[in-house]
Design a protein around this ligand. Structure first.
Ligand SMILES: C[S@@+](CC[C@H](N)C(=O)[O-])C[C@H]1O[C@@H](n2cnc3c(N)ncnc32)[C@H](O)[C@@H]1O
Length: 262
């Protein structure tokens, strides 16, 4: 531990225990949650091209190669922040720098900010890859995309929405409740696939009646990222839950309900 780490560590627990800090931490948790909520609503409009001022297919005209590089950099920034900060080793170090009760809220806030940056700076690549002309089929595809978002939201609630987005931690801290250790769960959709939230994102990103090159880039890169994220997350889940998770992997498919392996 460096001298600065040591000083921060010794300030941390005292500060985290004070009543004023608990209240500030609670407000911070609520603020981070609200930023997340606006971001996820914006994400739906951004990907589906609905309501929001700047979508995946609008923005500054940019030469193709430059647009691809900027978009890849924006997605990499999100992916690195999101995966590195989710790892147990990073959390062990990071909670010596920031108080533990606000670790999840800080993660959620930074992930939301990097997504907002992506939405803001995203460059359109307007070449049309496919365009579904049949109106009934187009409506079916839009409905499928919405179903993907519904799957994302409902899965967060059945696994523990408020813990995933940090509110549970700051509320427990405010009322002086001990943090609850993570519990292995397989409610509802988790009985059919191990990653319903990620499956929901994949459906929402790919189900587009009009697929532009920009949208395709976004869907392809995020899908690859989801597979990498799953490998990292499952490594941690095996460490955390041991045989329970190993047996779950044998029993339940990763993303496709009727396939054992994927
Ligand atoms: C963003 S959620 C994604 C959950 C899951 N991968 C999905 O797609 O539905 C990530 C968090 O869920 C937790 N998690 C994933 N599967 C779990 C399970 N079966 N039981 C308890 N926690 C789980 C992970 O430890 C991680 O903190």
């Amino acid at each position: 531990m460096t001298q600065i780490d040591h000083q921060l560590h010794s300030i941390g627990p005292g500060l985290a225990g004070s009543r004023v800090f608990k209240f500030i931490a609670f407000l911070y948790g609520i603020a981070a949650y609200l930023v997340f909520f606006v971001t996820i609503l914006y994400a739906i409009g951004f990907v589906m091209g609905l309501v929001v001022p700047k979508t995946i297919d609008t923005g500054t005209d940019t030469p193709t190669a430059e647009a691809v590089i900027i978009n890849l950099l924006l997605m990499s920034l999100f992916a690195i922040q999101h995966s590195v900060m989710a790892r147990q080793q990073f959390k062990a170090w990071w909670t010596q720098v920031i108080p533990k009760p606000v670790e999840r809220s800080t993660y959620v806030l930074l992930a939301s900010l990097s997504l907002l940056l992506l939405f803001w700076q995203w460059r359109p690549l307007p070449t049309v890859i496919w365009n579904v002309a049949n109106p009934d089929l187009a409506v079916t595809i839009v409905t499928l995309s919405l179903a993907g978002w519904v799957l994302v939201f409902t899965s967060t609630f059945i696994i523990n929405h408020f813990e995933l987005f940090g509110l549970h931690q700051v509320t427990n801290h405010l009322v002086g409740k001990e943090p609850t250790p993570p519990r292995f769960k397989t409610p509802l959709f988790y009985k059919f696939v191990r990653h319903p939230i990620y499956l929901g994102f994949i459906i929402a990103f790919w189900a587009a009646p009009v697929m532009t090159a920009g949208h395709l880039l976004f869907a392809a890169v995020t899908t690859i990222y989801i597979f990498v994220g799953i490998a990292l997350e499952e490594h941690d889940l095996v460490d955390l839950f041991g045989d329970d998770y190993r047996q779950y992997k044998q029993r339940v498919s990763m993303l496709i309900p009727w396939r054992r392996s994927v």
